[in-house]
Design a protein around this ligand. Structure first.
Ligand code: NGQ
Ligand code: ZN
Length: 456
C-alpha cells in the first residue's frame, strides 16, 4: 500500500529555479513528489506564507543551552574563552542522562521554532558524572536521539573522540573525564550510536575528533578510517592560543597542519577556523571542506573574526552552527556574520557575492548548501524527491510588508526581530505553527524542572 498524498499551498516559495508564486507541493511519505506553481489554492488547502527550505544547523552542543546567560559575570582575573570553558565544565558535572535529554529537547524545539530543520550534534558528554562509562556506551547518545525524536528535528549525530588536554598527547584533565575513550572504546560507541538513531527518520551518524588538542596524529588517522563516507567534524583554530600551541608543537598552524596531514575533503567540516592566513583560506576552499561558522557563539566567546569575504570569493563553502546555544536564532546568526564584517571593514553588504545579490538571501542559500554538505545530506531544496523540510514566513509580519522574493529573506535577517517564522515542517510533518512548536509547553516544563535540579 502506498502512503496517501497531501498537498501544501504557499503564496510564494523559493524553488530551485528561484522564487515562484502560488505554489503547491504534493507530499508522500515525507517527501515532495510534485511541484506546481501558478496554481490557485483549493478551498480545502490552508494558505501558507512564503516558503523556503529549512536551514541545517551544523554545529550544536545541546547541553550548553542550559547554561546560557550564566557565564556573563566578570571573574577574578579577566575572562576569556578558557575561563568560559571552566564555567562550562562545572555546569556539565551536574548533568545526568535525564537532564541532558530535557535540555536537548528544549534546545531542539527552539531550533525548530527558529527555522532550523536539522542539527549536527557534536556530542562529547559520554560518561557518567564520576567519569565511569555507562553500561550502554551510547546511553547519552540515545538521550540526544530521544530529544531529536520528540522534537522532530533531523539529526546528524557526531560522536566525539576526546583523549587529551593539549598537543603532544597530554593527559586529559579531571574536568574532561566524561569525554574520554581509547580508539577501541570509541569504535564501540560509534556502533552503539548507529543503533541509537536507527528509528529516527533520515538520521545520519558521522564522527568528530574534538580538536587537534584532543587527538594525536595516530588517533586522527584511526578515526578517519572509522568514518567511512560519513561526515568528519573537528574544532580548529578557534583561539590564538591553539594556533601558538600548534606552532610550538609542529611548526605549523592548526589548519595548515590538518590540511597537510589528514585527507580533508568535502566530507569534512572545519568548525570555526577563525584564525587562518590567506593561504589557509585558499587551501580550505580548494579542499572543498565546509567551514562551520558559529557567529553568535564566536561573538559571545570573543573568538575573533573569520576572513569570511575572502573565503567566499575563493568559492569556499560554509554553513551556520548555533554551537553553545547561548541564543538560538537563524536570522541573528546570519546578521551577526555580516555585521561583524561590516564593523571590521567599515563597509556594507560585505558577504554578498556579486553586485545585485541580496546579502541575507545569499547567506541563506550558501548556508543551506554548506550545512547540508557538512551534515551528510543532500542540499535542502523544494524539489521533487527531497524531504519536505520547509519553513514559512509570516507574510503579515510588519517587517515583511510589501516584500517579495529575496527581499523577504533580507528583511527577516536584518529587520525582523521576533515572530517572522510562522510554520516549520520536517520530513512532511508540521511541527511549528504560528511560530510555536506543538510540544513547546511540555518540553519547557520538563526543562525547567531539570534546570531546577541542576542549579539547586
Ligand atoms: C566545546 N566549544 O567542546 O564545547 C568547545 C569548548 C574546547 C567551543 N569551542 C571546549 N565553542 O574547545 O576545548
Ligand atoms: Zn563547538
Amino acid at each position: 500500500m502506498t502512503d496517501p498524498t497531501t498537498t501544501l499551498w504557499f503564496e510564494s516559495a523559493l524553488l530551485e529555479t528561484g522564487w515562484a508564486d502560488n505554489v503547491r507541493l504534493t507530499l508522500q511519505g515525507g517527501r515532495i513528489v510534485r511541484v506546481q506553481d501558478g496554481v490557485p489554492r483549493e478551498v480545502h488547502e490552508s494558505a501558507n506564507g512564503p516558503a523556503v527550505p529549512g536551514l541545517p544547523n551544523l554545529h550544536s552542543h545541546a547541553f550548553q543551552r542550559g547554561m546560557a546567560g550564566l557565564a556573563e559575570v566578570r571573574g577574578p582575573a579577566g575572562d576569556s574563552f578558557w575561563t568560559w570553558r571552566e564555567v562550562m565544565y562545572r555546569f556539565l558535572e551536574r548533568l545526568g542522562p535525564e537532564e541532558v535529554e530535557a535540555i536537548a529537547a528544549q534546545a531542539y524545539v527552539e531550533m525548530l521554532e527558529a527555522g532550523f530543520t536539522r542539527v549536527g550534534e557534536f556530542h562529547y558528554l559520554h560518561h557518567d558524572r564520576d567519569g565511569s562509562p555507562f553500561a550502554d556506551p551510547a546511553e547519552m547518545a540515545a538521550r540526544i536521539a530521544a530529544a531529536a525524536g520528540e522534537s522532530g528535528i533531523g539529526l546528524t549525530l557526531l560522536p566525539v573522540f576526546y583523549a587529551h588536554s593539549g598537543f603532544g598527547g597530554a593527559d586529559p584533565t579531571p574536568g574532561q573525564a566524561r569525554f574520554v575513550h581509547d580508539i577501541d572504546g570509541f569504535a564501540r560507541l560509534l556502533e552503539a550510536s548507529r543503533k541509537a538513531v536507527a528509528d529516527l527518520t533520515g538520521a545520519v551518524v558521522g564522527l568528530a575528533p574534538h580538536s587537534l588538542r584532543a587527538v594525536t596524529p595516530g588517533e586522527l588517522s584511526a578515526l578517519v578510517g572509522l568514518a567511512g563516507k560519513g561526515p568528519v567534524h573537528i574544532h580548529v583554530a578557534e583561539q590564538t592560543q591553539e594556533v601558538q600551541d600548534c606552532l610550538a608543537w609542529s611548526g605549523q598552524r592548526p589548519v595548515e597542519w590538518l590540511l597537510a596531514n589528514a585527507p580533508v575533503d568535502p566530507r569534512w567540516c572545519l568548525v570555526h577556523a577563525t584564525h587562518v592566513t590567506l593561504e589557509e583560506i585558499a587551501d580550505m576552499a580548494r579542499a572543498g571542506a565546509v567551514v562551520g561558522l558559529c557567529p553568535i557563539t564566536e561573538a559571545n566567546l570573543g573568538d575573533g573574526l573569520f576572513l569570511a569575504p575572502e573565503f567566499r570569493q575563493q568559492g569556499g563553502r560554509f554553513g551556520i552552527g548555533s554551537d553553545s546555544n547561548v541564543l538560538i536564532d537563524v536570522a541573528e546568526e546570519l546578521r551577526t556574520l555580516e555585521y561583524g564584517q561590516r564593523l571590521a571593514r567599515r563597509n556594507r553588504n560585505v558577504m554578498a557575492a556579486e553586485p545585485g545579490d541580496s546579502t541575507g538571501a545569499g547567506l541563506y542559500r550558501a548556508a543551506l548548501a554548506g550545512g547540508a554538505q557538512a551534515l551528510g545530506v543532500g542540499a535542502p531544496r523544494l524539489a521533487v524527491g527531497e524531504l519536505a523540510d520547509i519553513v514559512t514566513l509570516d507574510a503579515g509580519h510588519p517587517a515583511l510588508a510589501a516584500r517579495r522574493g529575496d527581499a523577504l529573506i533580507d528583511s527577516w535577517v536584518f529587520a525582523g526581530r521576533q515572530g517572522v517564522v510562522d510554520g516549520v515542517w520536517r520530513a512532511g510533518v508540521k511541527l511549528v505553527g504560528g511560530g510555536r512548536h506543538h510540544a513547546r509547553d511540555a518540553v519547557a516544563d520538563r526543562y525547567r524542572r531539570a534546570l531546577a535540579r541542576v542549579l539547586a
